[in-house]
Design a protein. Structure first.
Length: 636
C-alpha cells in the first residue's frame, strides 16, 4: 500500500507531510541550507561541505572530477549539484536514485516492481542527500519507512484518479472559470437569430428590392475590408521604419544563476517521423540544462509516436508526458494537461516541426524583465524554411513575413489585441493559469488566447528571435490547415461577441473596435473577397458601372470597393515585399504578384471552414509533417 508519494509539485508536496524541508513551489528548487549560503557568499568551506555531501557518488556512478565540476557549476547556476549531473547526462536518474538509496540505507523501488506494503514513496531527485536523510529519520521516528524512486517510476504508479482529475481540469477548466469564454457552448441565441435574419433578408431582398439589397451587401463588404486595408497600411509603415519589437530591452541581462526554471511544451500527434529532428532542434537551446524542463506532450491514442519516443535516448532535461485519450483531441487540451506537470515559472510552446533560435528563451526572459509585470506573453517571429518547395510555400513564406515583420509588431506597438501565432509563445505561468489556460474546444487556440489576454489587461510584446517552421507544400494539406485556422477565428469571433457589452467593457472602446476591424474584417474579407470580382464584373457587363442611373450611394461604395481592391493588393504586396527584404529573403519578393490567386484559395478555405463550423466545430484537421532531408540552414 502506498501511503504517500512525496514529490515536488502542487499536488504532492506539503510542509505538513515533510516538516524537515522548507516548503517550495513547483517553480523553485529546495536547496540544502549550506548550498544556499554558498551561492550568496561563495565560501570555500561550504563548497567542501557540498563535495562531501555528494562524495558517495565517486567511484560508483561517476568520478571525483565530475562531482567537483558539478558542484561548482551548481553554484554558478543556482541549482543543486545532482541536477547538474543529471541534466548534463553524466549520470542517469535511475543510477543516481539507486546509489543514493544504498547510501542512506533505505529501499529503492525498481521500475515495474510493486512498492512495499507500508512505506512513503519519495522522488529521490527532488531533494538533496542531506534533506532525504533527515526525511528518512523523521519518518522512521514516526514508525514509517521511506522508499526512494525515480520520477518515471512514480509516474507509472500514479493513481488513475489523479490523471482523471488533471484531465478534467484540462478539458473543463475554462468552462468552469468562465463559460461565456469557452467555445464548448453553442452559438448565442441572438447570434443565431441575427444570422438567420440576415440570410432571410438577403434572399427576400434579392427579389423584392434588388438594388437596395445590392447596396446593403456592398456596405457590409466594403466597410470592414477598408479597415483591413488600413491595418496593412499601418503595418507597412511600421515595417518600413524597422520597428520590429515592441520596445528596447537588454538582450541577455541575466546570469545563469539568475535565470528562472523554464518549461518548454511541445504537443505532438502522429509526429513519429519528425521526432528525431525535433529532439535535435530542442537540444540546441542555449539555457542551463538544469533549469530547462522540456516536455514532449503525446496523445495516448498515438501509439507509434509514444513507442518511438520511449526508444530514443532523450536528453536529461527532456521528458515524455502522455495525455489520456478523451474528446476533444486537440492541441490546447494537451497543453492544459501538460501545464499542470510543468516545473517552470515561464512556459514556452513549440510545434513538432519547429527549429527555434537557440537564444530565444534568454531573449524572452529579457523581454519579460524589461516590460515588467504587465508583460505576460512574448511572441517570437515565425518564418518558413521550405519556401522553395512550391508556389504555395512561397506564398506562405510571404504571408508569414508580412504577419511577423509588419502586422503583429504594429499591433504590439500600439498595444492592440494580438491574435497570437500558434507557436513560439512564451507566458508567465501564473497569469496563464489565472485566465484558464487554453480553450480546448477552440481549434485556433492561439488567436483566442490573445483576445483573452487583452480582456484580462495583459500585454504582449514581440522579440527579435525567429523560429523556423515548415509550410504544407501541397494544396490538399494546405487547405486542411487553413480551414482549421479560419474555423478557429470564426469560433473566436463568435465567443467574444456572445456578450458584446461585456467585451466592450473588458477591452475598452479602442481595442473593441480593433477586434471588430481585425478579426471580423479578416473573416468577412476572406469570405466575400471573390464577390468583389463578381459585383464589379456584373456592373461592367451590364454597362452600369458608375453610370448616371446608379445612385450616389451605389457609386460611392463601388468606388470604395475599387479602392479597397487596389489598395488592398498594393498594401499587401508592398508589406510582404518589405518584410522579405528585412529578413534577408529578397528572392521571394517577385512572387508577391501571385498573391491574388493565393487569396482566392484562402476564400475557398474560409467557405469550407464555415461549413465545417456548422457540422464539426471541434474537429481538428491535422497537418502532417515529414522528416527534414537536410538542415534548415541549407533550405532557407
Amino acid at each position: 500500500m502506498i501511503l504517500r508519494a512525496l514529490r515536488l509539485s502542487r499536488e504532492h508536496h506539503s510542509s505538513k507531510v515533510c516538516p524537515f524541508v522548507r516548503q517550495t513551489s513547483s517553480i523553485e528548487y529546495a536547496f540544502p541550507t549550506a548550498l544556499r549560503r554558498t551561492f550568496a557568499h561563495d565560501d570555500t568551506g561550504e563548497v567542501r561541505n557540498a563535495l562531501r555531501e555528494y562524495g558517495f557518488l565517486a567511484g560508483r556512478i561517476c568520478n571525483e572530477g565530475d562531482i567537483w565540476d558539478a558542484v561548482h557549476q551548481a553554484f554558478e547556476q543556482n541549482v543543486r549539484p545532482h541536477d547538474t549531473l543529471l541534466s548534463e547526462g553524466i549520470i542517469s536518474r535511475e543510477a543516481y536514485v539507486e546509489c543514493l538509496a544504498r547510501h542512506l540505507g533505505v529501499p529503492f523501488l525498481t521500475p515495474g516492481s510493486v512498492p512495499p506494503g507500508s512505506t512513503v514513496l519519495v522522488d529521490g531527485t527532488n531533494f538533496g542527500p542531506g534533506e532525504l536523510a533527515a526525511l528518512a529519520i523523521g519518518h522512521q521516528a514516526g514508525g514509517q519507512s521511506v522508499t526512494l524512486a525515480t520520477p518515471d517510476t512514480l509516474d507509472s504508479l500514479e493513481p488513475s484518479q489523479a490523471q482523471q482529475r488533471r484531465l478534467n481540469r484540462a478539458v473543463r477548466g475554462l468552462r468552469h472559470l468562465d463559460p461565456q469564454l469557452s467555445a464548448a457552448g453553442p452559438i448565442a441565441l441572438w447570434q443565431l437569430v441575427a444570422l438567420l435574419a440576415g440570410i432571410g433578408l438577403l434572399i427576400g431582398g434579392s427579389f423584392v428590392a434588388p438594388a437596395a439589397t445590392r447596396t446593403a451587401l456592398m456596405i457590409c463588404i466594403t466597410v470592414p475590408f477598408f479597415f483591413v486595408v488600413l491595418f496593412r497600411v499601418i503595418a507597412l509603415g511600421v515595417a518600413m521604419n524597422g520597428n520590429r519589437a515592441a520596445g528596447p530591452c537588454a538582450p541577455l541581462p541575466r546570469t545563469d544563476s539568475e535565470l528562472p526554471v523554464y518549461s518548454v511544451m511541445v504537443p505532438l500527434f502522429r509526429e513519429f517521423e519528425i521526432l528525431p529532428d525535433l529532439i535535435e532542434a530542442l537540444s540546441r537551446i542555449d539555457y542551463p540544462a538544469a533549469k530547462l524542463d522540456c516536455m514532449l506532450v503525446l496523445e495516448a491514442a498515438d501509439r507509434d509516436t509514444i513507442t518511438l519516443a520511449r526508444t530514443l535516448v532523450l536528453p536529461a532535461f527532456m521528458r515524455i508526458v502522455v495525455v489520456p485519450d478523451r474528446a476533444p483531441r486537440t492541441k490546447p487540451k494537451a497543453l492544459n494537461y501538460a501545464m499542470q506537470l510543468a516545473r517552470g515559472e515561464y512556459i514556452a510552446v513549440y510545434d513538432a516541426e519547429d527549429v527555434p533560435d537557440p537564444l530565444q528563451l534568454r531573449k524572452a526572459v529579457a523581454a519579460f524583465d524589461a516590460g515588467g509585470e504587465n508583460v505576460v506573453c512574448v511572441q517570437a517571429s515565425l518564418a518558413i524554411h521550405n519556401a522553395r518547395a512550391s508556389w504555395i510555400t512561397r506564398q506562405f513564406a510571404l504571408e508569414y513575413a508580412a504577419l511577423f515583420e509588419g502586422l503583429l509588431p504594429a499591433l504590439t506597438r500600439y498595444r492592440l489585441p494580438v491574435p497570437l501565432g500558434g507557436t513560439s509563445n512564451h507566458f508567465r505561468r501564473g497569469f496563464l493559469e489565472m485566465i484558464g489556460g487554453w480553450d480546448p474546444y477552440n481549434v485556433t487556440e492561439d488567436a483566442d488566447l490573445g483576445m483573452r489576454i487583452a480582456r484580462a489587461k495583459g500585454q504582449i510584446v514581440m522579440i527579435q528571435s525567429t523560429t523556423w517552421e515548415e509550410a504544407p507544400a501541397r494544396l490538399r494539406p494546405w487547405i486542411g490547415q487553413r480551414t482549421r485556422w479560419l474555423k478557429g477565428w470564426m469560433q473566436t469571433y463568435l465567443v467574444h461577441m456572445r456578450n458584446p457589452r461585456r467585451s466592450l467593457r473588458d477591452l475598452g472602446f479602442v481595442d473593441f473596435l480593433a477586434f471588430q476591424a481585425l478579426m471580423g474584417g479578416v473573416l468577412l474579407s476572406s469570405l466575400f473577397h471573390p464577390l468583389f470580382y463578381v459585383l464589379i464584373a456584373w456592373e461592367l457587363w451590364t454597362g452600369e458601372f458608375l453610370s448616371s442611373s446608379s445612385g450616389i450611394l451605389d457609386q460611392g461604395f463601388l468606388l470604395l470597393a475599387g479602392f479597397n481592391m487596389i489598395a488592398g493588393y498594393v498594401s499587401a504586396m508592398a508589406l510582404a515585399a518589405v518584410a522579405t527584404m528585412r529578413n534577408g529573403r529578397r528572392a521571394l519578393s517577385p512572387y508577391v504578384l501571385l498573391m491574388p490567386f493565393y487569396w482566392l484559395l484562402i476564400s475557398y478555405a474560409a467557405w469550407r471552414a464555415l461549413a465545417q463550423l456548422a457540422v464539426a466545430p471541434h474537429f481538428w484537421e491535422k497537418t502532417e509533417h515529414a522528416a527534414r532531408r537536410k538542415p534548415v540552414a541549407a533550405e532557407v
